[in-house]
Structure formats: structure tokens, C-alpha cells
Design a binder for this molecule. Structure first.
Ligand SMILES: [Fe+2]
Ligand SMILES: [Fe+2]
Length: 248
């Protein structure tokens, strides 16, 4: 394991240097298949301590993730009501909103005036409301799940997720505002404004969810002691749920 660790560190540094060849990703897959999510978290921390900034780590994370895809597919066997089960169910709903947003953005781009997209405008309002409503989901992660993970010594992955939340929340809020104030803009200006916001959300939100479902949540379930979850559920209940949260 120790040798493996050194190998993995070397690999991550190569990735940092900008190399992301297929061979390197293949090598990464092999190396990472024998390592648990929490060991990986500790390793990431060590690498950061050796001088990789968190920002670089965040960029690195995506290539890194590609290498880990196959090694971290262990299914979580959680019952409804478990805080992580609820978060994962909410992810499915959020991904549904993102799909719709992607579709209507294309319709907006194809149209020439507000008159052609009346239904889409209503849908955009609806989607943006739900995406902002998902802030409660982020809050349960930030105020309950991440601190519990940090208590177990896993600090870097939650920090990266927190940073991603900042940009996601800003874009969701911008979408919400634009959906409500579009009438102040000419149609072409509206589309121009919508495009970058929508493409940020449609690209980054699914990536964020993927990292949580496949890395952060399995890590949490593994690292946080079983008996701690009842109290975490109480804290989640206090924060509350989204209007679209399935039974929990
Ligand atoms: Fe999150
Ligand atoms: Fe999430």
C-alpha cells in the first residue's frame, strides 16, 4: 500500500503538470482500484500539504475522477430516511431539472422573439425556482454532512464541494433573476445573458452531483460511524427539505 501511495502521488503530480493521456488515466485506474475512498482523501490532503493549491486540486479533480470512475462504483445500500439516501434522491430530481433547462435553452436559441417561447418562459421560471429551492440540499451538506466528515479527518473533499457550491448558487440565483426580469431585456439580449448561465449550470451541476454520489457520499458512509447518523438526521430535519424531495 505504501508503495502504491507514492505511485499515486507521482501520477497526480503528472496530471497536475497537464498530462492527461489515455495511458495515464488507465494507469490511474489500476492504481486506484485497491484504495478506499477515505484513504484517497488522506492522500489528497498529503498532496495539498506538499504544495498543490486547492484550486489546482479542483482542476485536477476532474481528470482524477475519470481515473477513479471504475474503482468507485460500489453501490451504497441505504434505506429511505438515511440522510445520504435523501440527498441522492434529490440529486435525481435536480438532474431532471437540468435536463429540461438544457432542452429549453436550445429552444430559446432557435426562437426570434418572446412570442415564440411563451411556454418555455413559464418552464424556465419553474425550473429556476426549483434549482434555487435546492439550496436547502446544499445547506444540509454544508452544515451537517461535511462537518461530520471533517470530524473524521476528511477535510479536503468537503472544502472542494463547498467552493463548487458558491459558484453553483451564484449561477442559480442569476438564472432565477433572469427568468423573472426577462421583459426588461430585448429578446436577443435575454438569450445572450441566458446562454452562459445555463451552460454553466448544465455542465457543472451534473459533474458536482457525480462527484458527490460516487466519491463524497461513499466516503461519508464509510467514515462516519453508524451510530452518528440518527443525530445527523435530526439536524437535517431542522434545516428542512426541498419542495421536490421524495419521501424521507
Ligand atoms: Fe453539493
Ligand atoms: Fe448534493
Amino acid at each position: 500500500m505504501k508503495n502504491n501511495k507514492e505511485e499515486i502521488k507521482k501520477l497526480l503530480k503528472k496530471l497536475k503538470a497537464g498530462s492527461s493521456s489515455k495511458e495515464l488515466v488507465e494507469k490511474g485506474k489500476k492504481l486506484l482500484s485497491g484504495i478506499s475512498p477515505s484513504e484517497l482523501a488522506i492522500l489528497e490532503q498529503e498532496i495539498i500539504e506538499e504544495g498543490v493549491t486547492r484550486k489546482e486540486m479542483r482542476k485536477l479533480c476532474d481528470v482524477h475522477l475519470e481515473a477513479m470512475k471504475d474503482s468507485l462504483t460500489a453501490e451504497l445500500d441505504l434505506k429511505p430516511g438515511h440522510p445520504v439516501h435523501t440527498l441522492m434522491e434529490e440529486h435525481k430530481m435536480i438532474l431532471g431539472f437540468v435536463d429540461k433547462l438544457r432542452l429549453i435553452t436550445t429552444s430559446f436559441k432557435c426562437a426570434k422573439s418572446y412570442d415564440e417561447v411563451k411556454e418555455e418562459l413559464e418552464l424556465l421560471k419553474h425550473i429556476s425556482e426549483h434549482l434555487v429551492e435546492a439550496d436547502k440540499h446544499h445547506q444540509r451538506e454544508e452544515d451537517v454532512l461535511f462537518p461530520a466528515l471533517e470530524k473524521q479527518g476528511v477535510t479536503e473533499p468537503p472544502e472542494i464541494m463547498r467552493e463548487e457550491h458558491v459558484d453553483l448558487k451564484a449561477n442559480k440565483a442569476a438564472l432565477y433573476k433572469l427568468a423573472r426580469n426577462h421583459k426588461k431585456l430585448k429578446y436577443a439580449d435575454f438569450v445572450k445573458k441566458l446562454e452562459p448561465i445555463s451552460s454553466y449550470i448544465c455542465e457543472e451541476l451534473p459533474k458536482h452531483i457525480y462527484k458527490e454520489d460516487n466519491i463524497l457520499y461513499p466516503m461519508a458512509v464509510q467514515a462516519i460511524p453508524g451510530k452518528a447518523w440518527a443525530q445527523l438526521k435530526v439536524e437535517c430535519d431542522k434545516i428542512g427539505y426541498c419542495c421536490f424531495t421524495p419521501a424521507h
